[in-house]
Design a protein around this ligand. Sequence first.
Ligand code: NDP
Ligand code: 8X3
Length: 250
Amino acid sequence: MANPTVFITGATSGIGRATALLLGNSGFRIIAAGRRTERLEELKTLLPAGSVLTLEFDVRDKAAVKNAIENLPETWKNIDVLINNAGNAHGLSDFQNGDLDDWDMMIDINVKGLLYVSREIIPDMISRGGGRIINIGSIAGKEVYPNGNVYCASKFAVDALSKAMRLDLLKENIMVSEINPGMVETEFSEVRFKGDKEKAALTYKGIEPLRAEDIADVIQFVLTRPKHVNLADILILPAAQASTTLSIRK
Ligand code: NDP
Ligand code: 8X3
């Protein structure tokens, strides 16, 4: 593939932004999606002219997803790689006190949003002979941690959907990879704690977390292997993290 076109959701911050910058500055053509227009505009100034197209939509909005993708300019319609990255945790509460709006948000964004975007892009990929999908899962999609309940469930869903896509899309020549980070210092905890920056910072206090650029590096590595190689399921942790948690009742 010469100058493949990569569609990245959640490109306004953290892992998605770092990936857009790395790939966009390495010869990939980037379709960068998110809700925050000013961030998308800023991204354009940081990438080579003509190498980026920005799209503003909420992944929860089925009609907006469809409209944005259906109306891509002719020169941007051929998507070679989809990176399903948009997502967040909302709240960190024990199950019995969980906030229903937080639960809706995590399921609507992390699971249904990924489905809407994928369902819109995949048929066209198939009609052009194949492509690649990278889903950003999480260690939270492999292990559940206390108070992580619905966020973990949403990421377990991403794990299941990645496996399901790999099976169903094999015959369509679409290679599916899942990248599962541990703790990465991004806006993730600020969103989880509803803008409380001090509380967010405590999440990473005393350890050196991963940086968004570390995950972008792995994504670039996955995309630049020889054609016969699929790095199907990768767990990437900070050196200081072994699992999500240890919890014992005494
Ligand atoms: P950030 O909060 O920094 O970035 C989240 C991105 O998702 C933003 O670009 C945001 O854009 C976008 N997004 C959120 N909600 C929506 C929505 N409704 N519609 C469209 N876009 C949306 O977090 P990260 O970079 O850390 O998170 C990226 C992915 O990595 C997520 O799927 C997360 O679950 C996963 N992950 C993160 C880890 C971490 O420790 N940080 C660890 C493991 C996985 P905007 O607000 O502009 O719409
Ligand atoms: C984010 C990782 O363990 O902080 O998906 O929830 S964790």
